[in-house]
Design a protein around this ligand. Structure first.
Ligand code: AGP
Length: 625
């Protein structure tokens, strides 16, 4: 977890367009989706004899504001700086544990994302050698290890000392280090945790993720595992750990900076809900030829290999898991392949039965979620073909997989997944049709009808998104309710799970999703007068059964809200309130039906005065188990 950033731009940066401190603070604001327990930054000046300057704060969601205010006290001649926004793993979220961490001399400062697994062993050695640890973190040992390696050989540069230190380190890291004695220099390194770099206007910079530095360039470099980079104003040089020169991989990104900003919306979640029609359209773009053939050039699995697949697993977490559940119905129905959908953290430890005829689909918007990453590593080890659906180009999972299908939702900042979720459903539906095409399991007429329905999806999602006002009115009517049960059947079941997840994660209300048919096996005991039940009751093949379940809870005193197809008065008759959506082909309906549930959760959170983009205890990308 955590976000890191760094920039070097020579002396007098405050006069330049990319002042060190401004870039650090703005970049950290755009990295806060990675965690916001604390924030901090450190800068070096132009005089190698001067001390470095460091500020840290742990004031929950206000940490960065505190740091930004104190940035006015920084030396005006800052030549290079590093910053960090934290999601606590080792050590409480307090100022002492906030990054940047310093060595004993206070002249080296370091920021880190990842986990140093052998930190206890390293700390014991360093303490025995006279170092003093000032924090409870796993990270701090790195600063002292680098200090020790610098002291061991005075001819060493900071980069040399980092190269000498990293072979001792076990675990995952993306790190950036500055040293007061080397003005204008940042040394970066990575293993597993993401790190990108860029050069523009005489500056060089790095960050955990693209939105943080998107305003500075569209051309990035990706640092490979176990590489060390030295950033100087306008240049980046990379080596392996033994000092051999290496080339970082270039990466061009078309996103614009506005995509990483709120665009006039009150919060990112609202903006991202409104971007869903575009996310769906962009994910479909260029993948369906006019004659109906699906083209997934980036899927580097041959048609013969696909035709040989005889079973599919989907592994994912959270909203991505729900997208996987939705896909199960489409893949089984259209491609006639058995599909199992697994929570990634369960899959990897349960000794799954896979072989070379198994296709494992890892679904992750970030492509960095550790549970899903480790699940696909395990799947590969067992000989399966691995395809990843990710929103982040060249993410760790994309690099690990045999094949990648990118969703094209653009950067998602709100912690609650919205546009990336609908883009995932879209990508999975494309994949289901692609598998059906390769396996010849659909008639030409069926395939044509489905592709035509698919082409209409961006418009239908736009239609659903435009109804936010009506959804808000329903939310207002239920603002004082404290417990919600979401019910669905068939593809409506994962929609119900997603609706419940959205509501609980941003409004902190009790919300559980169940398959409606399971109700009588226990959950119905929860129903009493005043319980709010939200039923996904659009016209799927099991609509009648769903309506019976709705009637059962209503007769026991529940207040019922239904998601229903436009004009379906028969469904509305069973409900106290209706969230209307445009009707669509049943297997595509999750894309549309989920929209009012996202909006309902968003409205409830706003009505309760909560920060929807930064819900408590959560981080956007979960990179620890
Ligand atoms: C969704 O709103 C969540 N915040 C969360 O469940 C998320 O979907 C999950 O952590 C998976 O993330 P990923 O798609 O980046 O792997």
């Amino acid at each position: 977890m955590c976000g890191i950033i760094g920039i070097t731009c020579g002396s007098e940066p405050r006069e330049s367009s990319h002042g060190v401190l401004d870039v650090l603070v703005e970049g950290l604001a755009r990295l806060e989706y990675r965690g916001y327990d604390s924030a901090g930054l450190a800068v070096v000046g132009a005089d190698p004899a001067a001390p470095l300057w460091r500020v840290r704060a742990a004031d929950g969601t206000h940490s960065l504001d505190v740091v930004a205010k104190r940035a006015d006290e920084a030396p005006t001649e800052a030549t290079a700086g590093i910053g960090h926004t934290r999601w606590a793993t080792h050590g409480r979220p307090n100022e002492g544990n906030a990054h940047p961490h310093a060595d004993c001399t206070g002249r080296i400062a370091l920021v880190h994302n990842g986990i140093i697994e052998n930190h206890v062993e390293l700390a014991d050695e360093l303490i025995a050698d006279g170092h003093t640890m000032a924090s409870e973190t796993d990270t701090e040992v790195l600063a002292h290890l680098i200090e020790a390696n610098l002291a061991a050989d005075p001819s060493r540069t900071l980069a040399d000392a980092v190269r000498a230190s990293l072979p001792r380190v076990r675990g995952a890291f993306a790190l950036a280090v500055i040293h007061a004695a080397e003005p204008g220099v940042i040394v970066a390194a990575r293993r597993v945790s993401p790190l990108i770099m860029g050069i523009a206007d005489g500056a060089a910079f790095l960050a955990s993720d693209i939105p943080a530095i998107l305003g500075l360039t569209h051309d990035f470099f990706v640092l490979d595992d176990d590489r060390v980079a030295e950033l100087r104003p306008g240049s980046i040089s990379v080596t392996t750990l033994d000092g051999t020169a290496a080339e970082p991989k270039p990466l061009h990104v078309d996103w614009d900076l506005d995509a990483a900003r709120k665009d006039g919306y009150d919060d990112f979640m609202d903006k991202e809900i409104h971007e869903q029609p575009t996310a769906v359209a962009d994910t479909l773009r260029d993948r369906v030829l006019p004659d109906g053939t699906l083209v997934l050039d980036e899927v580097r699995i041959t048609n013969d290999e696909l035709a040989a697949i005889d079973n599919v697993f989907v592994v994912a977490c959270g909203s991505s898991f729900h997208a996987g559940l939705m896909a199960k119905y489409a893949i089984e129905r259209w491609a006639r392949l058995p599909v199992q959908v697994d929570i990634a953290s369960e899959f990897r430890y349960r000794d799954p039965v896979l072989d070379s005829r198994t296709l494992v689909i890892g679904v992750s918007q970030s492509g960095e979620t550790v549970d899903t990453f480790q699940a696909i590593v395990e799947a590969k080890r067992l000989g399966a073909k691995v395809l990843v659906i990710s929103n982040v180009v060249d993410s760790s999972m994309a690099r690990e997989a045999d094949a990648v299908l990118y969703t094209r939702a653009g950067p998602e900042i709100g912690v609650a997944a919205t546009k990336t979720h609908v883009a995932q459903i879209t990508a999975l539906e494309i994949l289901a049709l692609y598998l059906a095409q390769a396996r010849e399991t659909l008639s030409p007429t069926e395939a044509r009808d489905l592709l035509s329905a698919m082409g209409a999806l961006p418009g239908k999602v736009a239609d659903a998104v435009a109804r936010a006002g009506a959804v808000h009115t329903v939310a207002e009517a239920y603002r004082d309710a404290s417990a919600f049960i979401f019910l669905g059947r068939h593809v409506g079941y994962p929609v119900a799970l997603e609706g419940a997840l959205k509501l609980k994660e941003i409004s902190y209300l009790r919300a559980e999703g169940f398959p409606a048919g399971e109700l009588k096996h226990g959950p119905i005991a929860l129903i009493e007068p005043g319980t709010v039940v939200v039923g996904v009751a659009t016209r799927t093949p099991v609509w009648e059964k769903m309506i019976s379940n709705v009637a059962e809870v209503k007769s026991r005193g529940a207040s019922v809200i239904v998601v229903a197809d436009d004009g379906d008065d028969e469904t509305a008759r069973h409900a106290d309130a209706v969230l209307w959506v445009p009707a669509t082909e049943p297997l595509f309906s999750p894309l549309v039906d989920v929209v009012p549930l996202q909006q309902f959760a968003h409205s409830m959170a706003r009505l309760h005065g909560l920060d929807v983009d930064r819900p408590r205890n959560l981080a956007k990308t979960v990179t620890v188990e």
